[in-house]
Design a protein around this ligand. Structure first.
Ligand SMILES: C[S@@+](CC[C@H](N)C(=O)[O-])C[C@H]1O[C@@H](n2cnc3c(N)ncnc32)[C@H](O)[C@@H]1O
Length: 350
């Protein structure tokens, strides 16, 4: 059996390294099959039952490079154009009938590439036929998953229902707000969706909260904070969008973001400065040690090489400082759909 995981294309090595680490912490050992640019990684394991246990035990929200995932018996090739359904159905039965009696539904995924997207219509067509052949039961804890790689190759698999990303394939479907000064605005909105449960937005992203936005110009992230009726210190030497300044909720501070600290603690720190990840992590740790924020969202621009290791290094750098300071916290990282060569961190102090 294998764990099939999707990622941003170009991040297959990082995803493979993460899968090796995460499965090992759950006592599952295997080997990754990853090809640059294919947008997914297969992690092959001998013991299928162990893998099904593992995909249930890992905390999906803690994963950094995994956009979506499922367990499969391997890619099927040579699907005949006149009956793609039967081989998929047969593999499903052979692979899973001993472990999983029913699935609640069949999900359709595609790789996030032009070829992958071009297959979505075919996937829906094949999937709607296949669904009728699967043992469906609304109350099942499992979902079936169909992912086609071409007209003649694809995966059929299963995924626990509670181990899903918010959006299928991790593709965040957010509408760009026309009034926002930059497309970067979607990164902060997606980060909130990912890190903060919808039921907690009203208390954790509440009106009149105080926020600092480091590297704020032209104001896409500040716009999100203002849209939640917060008061924002926007720190950047560059110009802020004039429309954003008109409402009176934003104070523009033209100083170095690494030297700035707030006169009084704030509710939110957000930071989109593109600098060395270790430098940003160091600054976040200093703010946290001083309790200058309650929650922070920050971007780490990843280097060209050793990107997975860099995330681990930055995590450790922050954690060691917080442990030394005796702080209770939750720290997570995610490569969001709107992130490119970067990951987004979220630190909540308790
Ligand atoms: C990616 S842009 C931020 C985009 C912004 N988040 C938005 O949504 O519109 C990075 C910004 O960081 C600023 N910057 C770079 N180094 C900085 C520093 N040391 N202090 C403050 N701002 C800095 C740049 O001037 C630039 O405006």
């Amino acid at each position: 059996m294998e764990l099939v995981a999707l990622c941003r294309t170009g991040f297959e090595k990082e995803l493979a390294a993460e899968l090796v680490d995460v499965t090992a912490t759950h006592g599952v050992h295997g080997y990754p099959k990853a090809r640059d640019g294919q947008g997914y990684v297969q992690f092959v394991v001998d013991d299928g039952a162990e893998l099904l246990r593992c995909i249930n035990a890992v905390v999906f929200d803690e994963l950094v490079f995994v956009r979506d995932w499922f367990v499969s018996a391997g890619a099927i090739s040579g699907l005949p154009a006149d009956d793609r359904v039967s081989p998929l159905q047969n593999q499903f039965k052979a692979a899973f009938s001993g472990h999983i009696q029913e699935v609640a539904d069949l999900l359709f995924l595609n790789v996030d590439s032009n070829e992958g997207k071009a297959l979505s219509k075919l996937t829906r067509g094949v999937g709607s036929h296949l669904k009728r052949q699967l043992p469906l039961a609304k109350g099942s804890d499992w979902l079936g998953v169909l992912l086609l790689l071409s007209g003649s190759e694809g995966f059929i698999g299963v995924c626990p229902r509670r181990q899903r990303p918010r959006w299928a394939g991790g593709v965040a479907r957010l509408k760009f707000p026309r009034e926002a000064p930059s497309r970067a605005t979607l990164k902060l909105e997606e980060a909130w969706h990912h890190f903060i449960p919808a039921s907690e937005w009203d208390t954790r992203l509440a009106p009149s909260m105080k926020a600092v936005d480091l590297g704020a110009a032209p104001g896409g992230w500040t716009w999100q904070l203002v849209a939640r009726s917060m008061f924002v210190d926007a720190v950047d030497n560059g110009p802020m969008a004039p429309t954003l300044m008109e409402g009176g909720q934003v104070t523009h501070r033209q100083v170095d973001g690494f030297a700035y600290h707030p006169p009084k603690p704030v509710d939110w720190l957000v930071c989109d400065i593109a600098d060395k990840p270790a430098r940003v992590a160091d600054m976040i740790a200093s703010w946290a040690e001083n309790s200058w924020f309650r929650e922070a969202v920050f971007n780490l621009k990843l280097p060209m090489k050793q990107r997975y290791k860099e995330v681990l290094r930055c995590r450790e750098q922050i954690e060691l400082r917080l442990l030394a300071a005796g702080r209770d916290y939750r720290l997570r990282f995610k490569q969001l759909y709107h992130d490119r060569e970067e990951v987004t961190g979220h630190l909540e102090l308790r």
